[in-house]
Write a protein that binds this ligand. Structure first.
Ligand code: BTN
Length: 243
């Protein structure tokens, strides 16, 4: 993975470029990476703040021969790859908040956005976008996000090589992708659950039109969150904000 790298000084969004490359038959493992994104995208149509030279803004193209329902699993695979890269390079402990947030002491360090092009049967291209706050100081964040976001530098007092972190992520991802293809999602899911703070807690899941509270019992093999409400009913949550 990452053998073919498209590197840019400034882009609208690395996701957008990766989608275009995917249409042009770019091979699996193609990586788009930029110093700065002018309109970085987050989940649920939010924007992702991506200032110049301080973070890792990248999109990885994969072409797994799998049905589209399996796509959310890749968000979780990437989450595990990033957690372990940050642990190794920065010696910092990172928690996973389902589905796609990585947190240090409750503040967001990384967001993952998995998008796909597929028909009803098979994925054509899967684009895993990852944003990591690396060398920002507190003053680099606006008032609005300062209390919810952090960077590796803020948490450790050190500046890190973004290239080293990217390298470690790709190495981990390649390993877990291989395990996943050979043995299925189960082994990766077990590791994911070790890092997940959402599981085993009483939580509230907010979607666009409803709110459900209950006990987060775990995730399914598809990466879907299982929530048990006070009546004992199990709800499957595909996408939501968790509190
Ligand atoms: C989220 O937490 O909502 C997901 C954020 C994903 C941000 C990354 S940065 C690289 C890639 N390009 C984008 O425009 N978004 C993703």
């Amino acid at each position: 993975l990452g053998r073919k790298i498209h590197y840019y000084e400034s882009v609208e969004s690395t996701q957008k470029i990766a989608h275009a490359l995917a249409q042009e038959e770019a091979p699996e493992g193609t990586l788009v990476i930029a110093e700065e994104q002018i309109s970085g995208r987050g989940r649920m149509a939010r924007s992702w703040y991506s200032p110049k030279g301080t973070g890792i803004w990248m999109s990885l193209l994969l072409r797994p021969a799998l049905p589209p329902q399996k796509a959310p699993q890749f968000t979780l695979i990437m989450a595990v790859a990033v957690v372990e890269a940050i642990q190794k390079v920065c010696d910092l402990q990172v928690d996973i908040k389902w589905p796609n947030d990585l947190l240090i002491k409750g503040k967001k360090i990384t967001g993952i956005l998995t998008e796909l092009q597929a028909d009803s049967e098979q994925i054509h291209s899967l684009i895993i976008g990852t944003g990591i706050n690396v060398n920002q100081s507190e003053s680099d964040f606006s008032e609005e996000i300062r209390h919810i976001a952090t960077s590796l530098k803020i948490e450790s007092g050190q500046t890190f090589s973004r290239a080293e972190i990217v390298q470690e992520i790709l190495k981990n991802l390649e390993r877990y992708y291989d395990v996943y293809i050979k043995e299925g999602f189960e082994p990766v899911k077990e590791i994911w659950e070790q890092y997940a703070v959402t599981i085993g807690k009483h939580i509230t899941a907010r979607t666009i039109n409803k709110e459900i509270s209950g006990y987060a019992a775990g995730i399914t093999n598809e990466g879907v969150l299982k929530l048990i409400d006070e009546t004992g009913k199990t709800h499957l949550i595909y996408s939501a904000d968790i509190e």
